[in-house]
Design a protein. Structure first.
Lengths: 358, 358
């Protein structure tokens, strides 16, 4: 078994001990005589997994009783329409900040469904960034304010969250459970699982329960947050295996400690940013104050050199460094489970590559 | 390792060789240095899996080029609203047959979204059944006719499919790929994966491509079949691991042969129905002509005896025989991957149980 360093933006590297536990538990989970992916979603083995996944999430986020934890399908992209369908009443306005590709997608879908005010727009700026709290032009009585806590493609991240009268809604797909923050401040948080949380196929949703009452009566059942709150995410067959893996990941986060992981994430990102800043050969994509601890993005002097960098790195077992196809460049996605040894290997490679090609 | 006989309705038993292959391929898939659940959904390893899953489906269903194969999230329950949202124009009527719980759910959601005509209603009849083609009261110019090919809860199954002018739409969640049929006759087929196809977390959709053009422009992108057709189910991050498992299951179906599996399914169900019919102690739930080859349902003379039957069976490694909580009784779900040895064990148990309690 030879594991590479996997810098993919998502699906992304998972803790090796989690993968190994999954492997051990196939094809007989906990003496049940079947694997967990064959177990009824209403049976005792899976129920214990499901309940622990909810409990670990509540504990890690220190959630109050006004908030519910949901496991939904369809990724963050399905939340883009579900949020306005549930939360944006007729005649109301929702505020959105535009900070890049993912915020832009949330905005595009919301505009199909209701009134949208762009509270701040730096979506096309280079170097990339997220808005500052002071530049937000908020609508009085807005249904909610939507932000994208970390732009996976541009590598820009909100370092603190705005205090707002309207419920704050955040796409945290690429930094959920990577740092401590006050989750109870939020009206709704959603995150595709395939970065810090587990395999693709689940969106974690944290919602202030009273907001779910806003949904119009005639919204289809499966699209109502209320349905999933009332059914504890078991209205229909849930993606059991993905939730099981997420449960194992939350166990691992608890064992590591969220604060300790956060410190490790800062240190990992810091090493890469230091390597970028220490050379004129590399140029970071995001403005300094917004640099993401999860997705470190940079450019080389030309695209041919970038292609060579990415190809040479892959040959040395540093895989998945290609920037998103929409923007190019280099991107190192270094979520919770990405090991420090891989950062050190990448820093060494960057130095070698510069010596050889600089 | 001791595997039980798992009669769960879904998630359900998978071929042991598939589970073992998944196990072998963790944590290093095909020498890539990472598991398949950590691989980028746009990388070469996963792309090969995805393409094979599509190709195997097309081959097994002998699909023509007018039809597309989609992997979507949210289970069959998400298809309930998506179908009218995409296919049912303003002012049009959709025909639905009501044959039980699942058809009823499809109808309930469609009614929120447009005009629905109940073309036949035997949803509450006991013994349970599906409509006959001759009793259908179809709407001229209907947007489509929706049927539920196999009612997982009641154990009633369409044995042949009606020929209709309107596109035929079918929920095949519990009998997809369990028998040969003319898939090209259908406008749209959908099936939650967690019965014959793989783990929970994916819906297989087969759609006649021209029908996707009916969707209104302002439908959110993720809800449009057209989006997923154009992106080959990669519009957003797909549930890679579930699709990977589905691909392995389709490989297994190809190896076994769909016709041979069908014959085996008939034989398996036949043995159980013979055991039911051979005794006054057991009473089948569905009318003879509609008896499902996938979900065999029956009653005992009283509920206490049913509870004892289910509990005693579980002690002998025959698990998951409890009927759906909404109807009670006994249900043996015996999908493609359920082994004949488990049928024989259940038949023996039924005879013993009758001797001891009859």
């Amino acid at each position: 078994m030879s594991r590479v360093f996997n810098f993919s933006a998502g699906p992304a590297t998972l803790p090796l001990e989690v993968i190994e536990e999954i492997q051990r538990d196939l094809p007989d989970y906990a003496g049940s005589g079947m694997s967990i992916m064959e177990s009824s979603h209403r049976g005792k083995e899976y129920s214990a997994v499901h309940d622990e996944a909810v409990a670990n999430t509540k504990e890690l986020l220190q959630l109050d009783d006004d908030h519910a934890v949901l496991f939904m399908q369809g990724g963050a992209s399905t939340q883009f329409p579900l949020i306005p369908m549930n939360l944006l009443g007729a005649g109301q306005t929702a505020d959105y900040t535009n900070s890049g590709t993912w915020a832009g997608k949330a905005i595009k879908e919301a505009k199909l469904l209701g009134n949208v005010n762009i509270a701040a727009d730096c979506g096309k700026e280079i170097p990339t960034r997220v808005p500052t709290e002071s530049e937000l032009q908020l609508t009085p009585g807005a249904a909610y304010l939507h932000i994208t806590s970390n732009e996976t493609i541009s590598g820009a991240q909100w370092k603190s969250f705005p205090k707002t009268e309207a419920p704050l809604v955040a796409d945290m797909s690429s930094d959920m459970l990577s740092r401590p923050f006050d989750a109870n401040q939020f009206g709704l948080i959603y995150a595709g699982a395939q970065k810090n949380l587990g395999p693709a196929g689940m969106a974690l949703v944290v919602i202030r329960k009273d907001l779910a009452d806003r949904a119009p009566e005639n919204l289809p059942s499966i699209f109502k947050y209320k349905t999933h709150i009332e059914a504890n995410s078991l209205y229909n067959t849930c993606p059991c295996f993905t939730i099981y893996t997420y449960m194992l990941v939350t166990r691992w986060i608890k064992k590591m400690g969220l604060n300790a992981l956060y410190q490790q994430n800062i240190d990992k990102a810091g090493k890469l940013y230091a390597a970028i800043d220490g050379s004129d050969f590399y140029k970071g994509t995001a403005v300094q104050e917004c640099r993401s601890d999860m997705n470190v993005t940079w450019r080389l002097t030309n695209e041919d050199l970038e292609s060579k960098f990415i190809a040479d790195a892959a040959e040395q077992g540093l895989k998945g460094l290609k920037g998103h196809r929409s923007v190019g460049g280099v991107r190192a996605s270094i979520y919770n489970a990405f090991p420090t040894a891989g950062i050190d290997a990448l820093v060494s490679f960057m130095q070698e590559f510069e010596r050889a090609n600089g």
